[in-house]
Write a protein that binds this ligand. Structure first.
Ligand SMILES: Nc1ncnc2c1ncn2[C@@H]1O[C@H](COP(=O)(O)OP(=O)(O)OP(=O)(O)O)[C@@H](O)[C@H]1O
Ligand SMILES: [Mg+2]
Length: 142
């Protein structure tokens, strides 16, 4: 079930879209009880990393926006099991793709974002979309 989708067209919209992810989950009514505050914090942190990457590495514009989707995973029998956040960006002329960077010096100031996502999320991945652009996603069990 898709809880909502939003579009990211410029770097300075990242904080807004990150807060939208949280607000969407706080406002969901499909599953009583919803997402715990701790899980919400983790979802927002990981969403912030993949949104920041889309803003930094893809060629965002008003005509080429990233689509950000939040899904609720569960059913009536097993209840609410996970949240999935996906960001499909427009790609970039340099053909960068999202990928964990090799371990660098311990004090490197880059290459942390996807490691944070990998550490906190139950599942995550990224791939080049066959229709263009890159998709980064993660699922947080709740
Ligand atoms: N949406 C994306 N499009 C293209 N390349 C990406 C995208 N997301 C990540 N990458 C690539 O994957 C690498 C690893 O991303 P990651 O977020 O882990 O580190 P970073 O963005 O380099 O640094 P940090 O997140 O610590 O500021 C990036 O350096 C970039 O080359
Ligand atoms: Mg990053």
């Amino acid at each position: 079930m898709c809880a909502g989708e939003c579009f990211l067209g410029a770097r300075d919209e990242v904080p807004h879209v990150r807060k939208w992810v949280r607000a969407t989950l706080e406002g969901q009514t499909a599953f009583p009880g919803g997402v715990s505050p701790d899980s919400l914090d983790d979802v927002e942190l990981c969403a912030g990393e993949i949104l920041a990457n889309a803003a930094r590495y893809s060629d965002l514009s008003a005509d080429a926006m990233a689509r950000v989707s939040v899904f609720l995973i569960g059913d009536a029998e097993s209840g609410f099991r996970a949240v999935r956040v996906e960001c499909h960006d427009p790609g970039n002329v340099r053909e960068h793709v999202p990928a964990l960077r090799e371990e660098d010096a311990p004090y490197a100031t880059y290459g942390r974002g996807l490691r944070i996502v990998a550490a906190l999320a139950a599942r995550y991945d990224a791939f080049a979309h066959p229709d263009g652009g890159n998709v980064a996603w993660f699922e947080m069990d709740v």
